[in-house]
Ligand binder design. Structure first.
Ligand code: GLY
Length: 384
C-alpha cells in the first residue's frame, strides 16, 4: 500500500461522514486551526462559540485557535475543565452545562471541543442536551481522539458502574484533525493512540496492517505517513458509522480489544499513571487475537504477529505488563460484566479468524473467558 498521490504534504484531506440529515466532514492536515475558524464562520454565520478545553490543552493550543476565531470575527468564551478521565463525571457535566448557559450559548450557537477523548465526550454530551441539542465541532488534539472518539457521535460520561454508561449519540457538525497538534504529545500518549490506528488494519484491512508494520515510526515522526494513517482510520470509521450509526450491528467491530481494555481500565481505577486507554486497548487487541487462537479460530502466527508489532512499537501486550497487576481472573471477568457489550449476562466479543478478519461473536461462554484469562495470568504467561 502506498500513499495516494492526492495526499500531498500540505494538502488537506477531506473524509465525509455520510449520515442522512447529519452528514459532516472530517478535515485532516497540518495547521488547520484557521481553516477551522473559516469553516465555522461559513457554517454558523453570526454564531457565538464556546471553546471547551482542558487546562493542559488550553496552555498549548487555545490561544492559536482563539486568534483564528477572532480573525473571522467570531465571538467566543473559553471554558476549561481539569484534564483526566475523572472529568467525565456527573459533577463536571453539570458544571459544564451551567457554564454554557452562563455564557448564553443558544440553539443557533456552537460549541467547540478542543482536546482529547475526555473533552470530546463530555462536551459532546453537554451539546447533546443543552437546550435539547446545539451544534458542536470536534477539534481533537490526541491521536486517539483523531482516529476514533471525535468521529461517530458517541458522547458521554462515566458512572461508578462503568465507563461511558451515561451518554447520547450526537454527531458533530465538523471534525478538524489538525495533525500538527499531535507534535506536542508525549511519546507514551502518541503510542497509546497508535493502538487505535492499528485496530483498523486488524478489523478488516490486512494491507493497512502490513503498511503499519513498515511505517509506524514515520507515523510517530509526522509527515505524510501520519496524515495518511489518520485518513485511513477516519475513512474506515466513517464507513462503519454511516452504515450503523447506533451500533446495532457492524459498529461493534470498532470494539475489537475493548471488552478486555475496559475491564483493565476499571481494575486500575482509570489511573493514567498505571494505564491509559490506548495501552489497555493494545493489551486488549493482543488478548482478543490470542483468545481467538485458543478457540481454534485464528492461526497462531497471526496472533503472534499482532503481539510482535505492538511490542515493537513499545506497547504492552500482556496482563503481566499492567503496572500494579491486573487483578485475578475472577476480578477481570467480573469487570468485563460491567461492559456495555454485555447483554442479558452473555458476553459479546469481537474475535478474529486472522489479521483483518474480525467478526462479532455473540454468546461467548464465561467459562471459556475465565479459562483463557487464567492461562494468561499463569506462571508460564501467555502462549506465544
Ligand atoms: N469507539 C467506538 C465507536 O465509536 O463506536
Amino acid at each position: 500500500m502506498t500513499i495516494p498521490a492526492d495526499e500531498k504534504p500540505g494538502v488537506r484531506i477531506t473524509v465525509p461522514v455520510a449520515l442522512e440529515g447529519r452528514a459532516y466532514d472530517i478535515q485532516i492536515g497540518r495547521h488547520q486551526l484557521c481553516e477551522a475558524a473559516a469553516l465555522i464562520a461559513a457554517m454558523a454565520p453570526g454564531a457565538k462559540v464556546a471553546v471547551v478545553t482542558d487546562e493542559s490543552v488550553a496552555a498549548l493550543h487555545a490561544p492559536a485557535l482563539e486568534a483564528c476565531l477572532q480573525q473571522e470575527g467570531i465571538g467566543f468564551t473559553r471554558i476549561t475543565v481539569p484534564p483526566g478521565e475523572a472529568t467525565k463525571s456527573y459533577a463536571r457535566f453539570i458544571g459544564l452545562c451551567d457554564a454554557l448557559l452562563a455564557a448564553k450559548i443558544e440553539r443557533d450557537d456552537l460549541v467547540i471541543a478542543l482536546g482529547g477523548g475526555v473533552v470530546g465526550d463530555l462536551t459532546g454530551f453537554a451539546a447533546a442536551v443543552l437546550r435539547r441539542g446545539v451544534r458542536f465541532v470536534q477539534i481533537p488534539t490526541t491521536l486517539l481522539a483523531q482516529v476514533d472518539s471525535s468521529v461517530g457521535g458517541k458522547t458521554g460520561i462515566n458512572s461508578s458502574h462503568g465507563k461511558n454508561l451515561i451518554g447520547a449519540f450526537h454527531q458533530p457538525s465538523l471534525v478538524i484533525a489538525d495533525t500538527a497538534l499531535l507534535d506536542t504529545l508525549s511519546e507514551r500518549e502518541f503510542k497509546a493512540g497508535y493502538a487505535e490506528v492499528v485496530k483498523y488494519g486488524l478489523i478488516d484491512d490486512p494491507a493497512f496492517f502490513d503498511w503499519c508494520e513498515v511505517n509506524w515510526s514515520r507515523i510517530i515522526e509526522g509527515g505524510p505517513e501520519r496524515d495518511h494513517a489518520v485518513a485511513v482510520a477516519c475513512r474506515a470509521k466513517a464507513a462503519i458509522v454511516a452504515r450503523d450509526e447506533r451500533e446495532e450491528g457492524d459498529r461493534a467491530l470498532l470494539n475489537l480489544g475493548h471488552t478486555f481494555a475496559h475491564a483493565l481500565e476499571r481494575l486500575t481505577n482509570y489511573d493514567s499513571t498505571r494505564l491509559v486507554h490506548g495501552e489497555a486497548v493494545a493489551i486488549g487487541l493482543a488478548l482478543a487475537f490470542r483468545f481467538s487462537q485458543r478457540l481454534g479460530l485464528c492461526p497462531g502466527q497471526d496472533a503472534s504477529r499482532v503481539s510482535r508489532h505492538l511490542d515493537a512499537v513499545g506497547l504492552p501486550t500482556t496482563l503481566q505488563q499492567v503496572p500494579g497487576g491486573a487483578g485475578s481472573a475472577a476480578e477481570i471477568v467480573a469487570a468485563m460484566g460491567q461492559d456495555k457489550k454485555v447483554r442479558r449476562g452473555v458476553l459479546t466479543f469481537i474475535l478474529a479468524r486472522g489479521i483483518g478478519r474480525s467478526f462479532i461473536a455473540h454468546g461467548v461462554a464465561a467459562e471459556e473467558v475465565m479459562a483463557f484469562v487464567e492461562a494468561e495470568l499463569s506462571a508460564n504467561g501467555p502462549a506465544r
